[in-house]
Design a binder for this molecule. Sequence first.
Ligand code: OSB
Ligand code: MG
Length: 368
Amino acid sequence: MKLSGVELRLITMPLVSPFRTSFGVQTTREILLLRVVTDEAEGWGECVAMSDPLYSSEYVNAAHDVLTRFLIPTLGQVSTLDGNAVAPALARFKGHRMAKAALETAVLDAELRAQGRSMARELGAVHDRVPCGVSVGIMDSIGELLDAVGGYLDAGYLRIKLKIEPGWDIEPVRAVRERFGDDVLLQVDANTAYTLADARHLAGLDPFGLLLIEQPFDEEDVYAHAELAQVIQTPVCLDESITSARAAADAIRMGACQVVNIKPGRVGGYLEARRIHDVCVANGVPVWAGGMLETGIGRAANVALAALPGFTLPGDTSASDRYYRTDITDPFVLDDGHLTVPSGPGVGVTPIPAELAAVTSKVDWLPR
Ligand code: OSB
Ligand code: MG
């Protein structure tokens, strides 16, 4: 393919309810969407960077800047463009994986649409639907948490993930177990809120039969997770620390993770995400699909990835209405706790022009 240009579009979507994690509270989601135009087809990519650099060092305006000044102009120099050509072309620019992932995904989507192939088939999906979990934010009270969890279980979600932080950890887990029983698939996510000095405290989660504890320590503190794994029974899962297939291989070898959360944005794209899946499968490490409050565009690709054989745990692949009253694509709707893997060309969904226009704050067109 030949690149004609890239449209960068900033949208702001209100959340159905505030989402609180150990790093902050969100009431709206600001998102950078890319539309890559080539001589053969168009493709969409959703950048998962958030407004502020609190989950990772990336943030929306930085992604916009690096794409505009470096990544897109460099891609314009690639003579035969396809999904596989993107990462090598951009490799000399350090970091900015979320920005790179969005661009690679949009190019891959264009390539697949031109060929009439689906992202699921391209990645190696083996299921036509995937089981879904939900990420439940930190609440003001245990009562409010139990109402929220009860609502999600009634909606059919097959796994509950509780966000935790110091002061909101053992008691909410105990309360959910007491109210909903030991059969609920339950896990926790600390988003780096603890240090190794909290190891004894975190061992207090052991009696509750959790599937895993996700990223208790700093992104760069990989070895501390290996030490934690020696003193707690709950399996340790990494999210923020896994920035590449190489990082995953190292963490596994170190004993720092018994489970891996795979988020394509965090690792530079779906092709690297698939390599992480392959590394984990080769090491007998189960994986699951994380999420970043995606619109239908990003969600569609995540659901395709989650249909690979190594994704043996339900992911954060929730329905659209977990976060958004109105999605910019046809909404993903839970069916018996599952989402259907899109089978159309590319990611299989396209923004609805009117819905997209309603949430757009800025559009930039970068010709090749
Ligand atoms: O750590 O998985 C995380 C959302 C934003 C940033 C980080 C995380 C999350 C979630 C929600 O837990 C995932 C989702 O439902 O999209
Ligand atoms: Mg996480």
